[in-house]
Ligand binder design. Structure first.
Ligand code: GTP
Ligand code: MG
Length: 652
């Protein structure tokens, strides 16, 4: 059993890597292979269900050659990109796992950019090497370089025997190895067939590193052979400073290249001191932890997953003024209670009162990624109204666990709307909710907030005259109801002269007129109308505020119905981001949904991407993201903001 505190290891302290990359690239398979290769507690065999798209971050601890590691296996779907962002905020390095096929390179772009955005050093693990054909590593690398602002440097070239990849040459040491299933690779003589390719790839590696290292540059120029140390130094520096990304090859499924990956990590991943420096976190001071995930774990209560930036942290002792209710590590992925943890560790803190994802406990608040704006929404309908209280408690827990989820109670529509990053995201959230609370619910399409207005000015007269016993009710009003320009809102004025309606009743008329706009003849709130009280009569005994309000209500109801009411629908300004080859598809998608294309332009800072702008009715946003992603290998995304209300041609 490794010492997870890192006290025994070489001084780097406990380190943390995040496995990120596109959906299905093999991150979870790689984690299992890494745990197996590290020889720690055996990972639980994943059943079929877990082989499906990952929807949750998984934390596992492992020890490799005496060093303690925390590995964060992030779900790859774009709908869970925020989980990966949260993991990157606390990781020393990102291992970007990608598929080897050259035509899948574009799918790695978002992960490369996520690491760049977070400023985290990265390594690329090109997985599924078993599926690659001759010469494809080179093509893949070229395609991947097109997606990366950092320089990719290949660290290995594959050795082929009889069409299959059976081993590799390490380009730093120039040693050749043959894969052995389930064991460390065996050192072999470098095969003749690979020598040319090896020399070419090593040349590229040295050249890339020499750009940042004068000593190495001199050796390269003078055609001298640099020592391994002379290569490792600029490699490490380039990685730490985000200039260089090492590329390793392997097959998670067939346990190929896993030991090599471990050794590269051991060598290259910055230690706690380097990461603290990168993030400008003081080494000295009170204990400090940053929470990057919240999970309600049944009997264990609420868990706050955190990186310990300064230790130690003890069970029962305060951390940032809050009592630590418990501490968990996850050797091999299984929770284990511990009493104390040290700086650098990634652990779950139990029952931390009032703590939320993104919080820094102890010391100044550290930066943390903001949740993305929602792109997909469903309205929630309870099967049994009695569950309302349980549902709202469960929803509260859900949004606490996942800040990319937003819950809104729409009073106007009488509906509860859950929004997030896509269909998979919302379905996974609601499945968790159903499992934890037992509440039965279904989802429906959210209502669009339509409005209505009028097209014709009308003059409307109404009289209330009621004799009930002794004391009666009397009011008489004449209103001019007229359309106003879009966005001007509601306006009430009066043109009463000679006190035909006494001043004291006029406010009641105004309020009743405005109240009448809350639901117009088409069933929606009425906007952009003016109401003018132009005439009326009163009775010295029977008139009252209430009587004038009633008369006004009658006048408004009849008047609005005669004034050519028309439905207004909300129109959003929508910006779709896609790789340029999908720009025409994005335009077709928008026009097919009643969109009015405003134009498109290159997306700033995103080589090869476009932004398409359009005005789109809000009703057409429903499931737009699903269609967009299916058209664009999952890469397309959009942002929106309300633009204006437009008269709707469609009768509703
Ligand atoms: N041929 C081949 N298949 C692999 C390899 N590694 C993983 N796979 C398969 O790829 C599929 C996806 O693997 P996962 O490990 O679940 O992928 P993931 O990256 O965790 O996916 P998400 O969590 O959804 O993002 C599974 O069917 C694996 O068996 C490999 O090296 N070679
Ligand atoms: Mg996974």
């Amino acid at each position: 059993m490794p010492d997870f505190t890192g006290r025994e290891s070489g001084g780097a302290g406990p380190r943390c890597i995040a496995l990120i990359g596109p959906q299905g690239a093999g991150k979870s398979t790689l984690l299992d292979a890494m745990l197996a290769a590290a020889g720690g507690p055996a990972p639980r065999r994943r059943d079929h269900h877990q082989r499906e798209a990952g929807t949750e971050l998984r934390l596992a601890h492992a020890g490799f050659m005496g060093d303690p590691w925390a590995i964060l296996d992030c779900p790859g779907s774009v709908e869970f990109a925020h989980e990966a962002d949260c993991a990157l905020a606390v990781a020393d390095l990102a291992v970007i796992v990608c598929e080897s096929a050259p035509d899948r390179a574009a799918t790695v772009g978002p992960a490369l950019r996520a690491a760049e955005r977070a400023g985290v050093p990265a390594m690329l693990f090109v997985n599924k090497l078993d599926l690659l054909g001759e010469g494809q590593v080179r093509d893949s690398l070229a395609a991947l370089q097109g997606q990366s602002h950092r320089k990719l440097v290949l660290r290995q070239v594959p050795i082929r025997e009889g069409g299959a990849i059976t081993g590799y040459v390490d380009l730093v040491s120039e040693r050749a190895y043959r894969y052995r299933r389930g064991a460390a690779s065996e050192r072999i003589e470098m095969p003749e067939a690979v020598r040319t390719r090896e020399a070419e790839a090593r040349g590229a590696l040295l050249e890339a590193l020499a750009d940042h290292d004068d000593a190495l540059m001199e050796k390269v120029l003078e055609d001298l052979v640099p020592s391994a140390e002379e290569i490792y130094r600029p490699l490490h520096a380039g990685e730490v400073h985000g200039q260089v990304v090492s590329v390793l090859l392997g097959s998670a499924e067939h346990a190929g290249g896993i030991q090599r990956l471990w050794k590269a990590l051991r060598h290259d991943v910055p230690g706690l001191a380097e990461t603290r420096e990168r993030l400008a976190i003081d080494a000295a001071g009170e204990a400090c932890a940053q929470v990057f995930r919240t999970l309600h774990a049944g009997h264990a209560g609420r868990l706050s997953y955190a990186r310990i930036w300064r230790g130690p942290v003890k069970e029962g002792a305060p951390l940032g003024g809050i009592r630590v209710g418990g501490l968990h590590r996850f050797p091999g992925g299984e929770a284990q209670k511990v009493a104390q943890v040290e700086a650098g560790e990634v652990v779950a803190l139990a029952r931390m009162e009032g703590v939320r994802t993104g919080d820094t406990l102890g010391g100044e608040r550290l930066p943390f990624p903001a949740a993305p704006a929602p792109v997909h929404a469903v309205a929630i309908v309870l099967e049994d109204r009695k569950d309302e209280v349980r549902l709202s408690a469960a929803l509260q827990r859900l949004t606490e666990e996942d800040s990319a989820l937003t819950l809104t109670h729409d009073a106007e529509m009488g509906q509860m709307v859950l929004s997030g990053q896509g269909d998979l995201h919302l379905r996974a959230a609601l499945e968790r909710l159903a499992a934890s609370s037992g509440v039965k619910l279904r989802t429906v399409r959210p209502q669009v907030a339509y409005r209505e207005t009028i097209r014709q000015p009308v003059t409307q007269h109404a009289r209330l005259k009621r004799q009930t016993g002794g004391h009666g009710q009397f009011a008489d009003v004449k209103l001019e109801i007229a359309p106003r320009a879009r966005g001007e809102g509601f306006l009430f004025t009066d043109r009463i002269v000679g006190g035909v309606v006494p001043k004291r009743f006029i406010p009641a008329v105004g309020e009743a007129a405005e109240a009448a706009t809350r639901k117009g003849p088409l069933g929606h709130p009425v906007v952009d109308v003016s109401v003018t009280l132009v005439d009326g009569t009163f009775h010295s005994v029977d008139s009252s505020d209430m009587a004038f309000a009633s008369a006004t209500r009658m006048a408004m109801q009849d008047g609005l119905a005669r004034a050519e009411p028309v439905l207004l629908e909300p129109i959003d300004q929508v910006t779709i981001s896609v790789p340029a080859e999908y720009t025409p598809a994005a335009q077709r998608l928008l026009s097919g949904r009643r969109g009015q294309i405003l134009g498109f332009a290159a997306k700033e800072g995103w080589d090869g991407w476009d932004e398409v702008q359009a005005l789109l009715p809000e009703a057409e946003l429903h499931e737009l993201i699903i269609e967009l992603r299916s058209l664009t290998m999952g890469l397309g995304s959009y942002t929106r903001r309300f633009d204006h209300l437009a008269e709707s041609r469609a009768a509703r």
